[in-house]
Ligand binder design. Structure first.
Ligand SMILES: [Zn+2]
Length: 417
């Protein structure tokens, strides 16, 4: 019942079996076979996908196997896309998604080699393994892992690949396992233990699918080092994934280099230069904006010669942003007494700034809040200065005119003026 063919042969992509039962989990149909080459979710490795069909039916009637899981009784459930039209006892043909399986073998065997390399070189055991869709990772039981150590482990791991060592599968009893110097003995396993033996390099308990010799791993490429709660996380890719990732990296570098008209190796220097240029430009821009605010301040004040009561300045800037109108409001109200500035910007989001010189009788924050509550916007601030914006850009001018009219009405008037 439920013989695991992948335990003995990871390269078995096609197999015969008999359908034992059709069951379902949360309405998802699942098939149970008397034997299977499909690898279920377990031990950090990702499941196989593929196809299952009645042996005497056509290819078009095969069912897509979307997930494979083990139930509490140790039976392997093959979740299929739709309920089959045949019943228990049917002779079946199983097909494993070959590319996906090969990828999993490369990542998993690569992980064994890498984990063993960290133990051999630095006595750093692996505490967990995760195989992801893009890259995989191991967590090492150490807080201190230097970049040179990563490089040394990567070099040793790739030496083992180049030596093309045999990878054997063997089964031993728990007692035998205790005396064999295993890198890791799986806990809580009943019966015989399955071991993966990388010739003269690594021996460890594992139920996963593996390459037959280390050369099939292709290449072991370390990508990222990260501190995690348990220690250090090392991200890596093996084989075809390493090739795909190297291609992607190279394409990104070539595109970036073309943008800078540089060689890819000069990119760090080019990026530093661009950052410095951007910093200088920001600085120059700040100076210019300051000067522009000064000029606008002087011009607006000149257009409104000193008068009795408040000097009310109302203006909208379609080409300047909120930062500019804030700066202008400050310059207008801090340097000249008796000024109330009502400024708007429509360059990005509709923005308003209300400000008054010290000693003016109004409350800019309250005014902004009150007027925008009616125009469907948000804003507020202090008695001297407030900012906000109406919901709709076309209302900005109307809000400004309404507030200006109200302030004019509230101004103290000179008798007879
Ligand atoms: Zn393993």
């Amino acid at each position: 019942m439920n013989e695991r063919l992948y335990y003995h042969d990871s390269f078995l992509y096609e197999f015969d079996a008999n359908l034992v039962e059709i069951t379902s989990v949360d309405t998802r149909p699942a098939l149970i076979l008397d034997r299977t080459a499909f690898y279920p979710t377990s031990g950090g490795q990702v499941v196989d996908t593929g196809w299952l069909g009645a042996a005497d039916r056509s290819e078009s009637e095969r069912l897509r196997v979307v997930e494979v899981a083990e139930d509490d009784d140790g039976r392997i459930l093959h979740f299929v896309a739709q309920r089959p039209a045949f019943g228990p006892g049917t002779p079946m043909l199983g097909l494993i998604d070959k590319e996906r399986r090969r990828d999993h073998m490369q990542q998993h065997s690569g992980q064994h080699v890498l984990s063993a390399a960290f133990v051999r070189l630095f006595d750093m055991p692996t505490v967990s393994f995760h195989m992801g869709g893009e890259s995989s990772s191991i967590d090492l039981d150490t807080k201190n892992l230097a970049p040179e150590q990563l490089r040394d482990a990567e070099t040793l791991a790739n030496d083992i690949v180049l030596e093309n060592r045999r990878v054997d599968i063997c089964f031993v009893t728990q007692e035998e396992a205790q005396t064999m110097g295993l890198r890791k003995i799986p806990s809580g396993k009943q019966g015989k233990l399955r071991l993966i033996d990388i010739h003269d390099f690594d021996l460890t308990g594992c139920g996963g699918t593996h390459v037959a010799s280390t050369g099939q791993i292709g290449c072991i490429l370390l990508r990222k080092l990260e501190k995690v709660r348990e220690g250090s996380r090392v991200e890596f890719v093996c084989g075809t994934r390493a090739l795909a990732m190297a291609r992607r990296d190279y394409a990104a570098l070539v595109e970036s280099a073309a943008l800078c008209s540089a060689q890819i190796w000069d990119l760090p220097q080019q990026v530093r230069r661009l950052q410095e240029d951007a910093r200088m430009s920001r600085k120059a821009n700040q100076l210019l904006v300051g000067e522009l605010a000064d000029l606008w301040g002087a011009r607006l004040l000149a257009e409104r010669p000193p008068q009795d009561g408040t000097i009310l300045i109302v203006r909208t800037f379609p080409d300047q942003d909120l930062g500019f109108i804030k700066l202008l409001a400050q310059r207008l109200t801090r340097q000249t007494p008796g000024v109330v500035a009502l400024l708007g910007s429509t360059r990005e989001a509709p923005s308003l700034v209300f400000a008054q010189s010290t000693g003016q009788p109004f409350d800019m924050g309250a005014l902004m809040k009150e007027v925008l509550s009616r125009w469907g916007g948000r804003g507020g601030g202090s008695k001297e200065m407030a900012q906000g914006g109406p919901a709709r850009i076309e209302d900005l001018e109307k809000v400004l005119l309404e507030v200006a009219a109200r302030l004019r009405d509230q101004q103290p008037r000179t008798p007879g003026g």
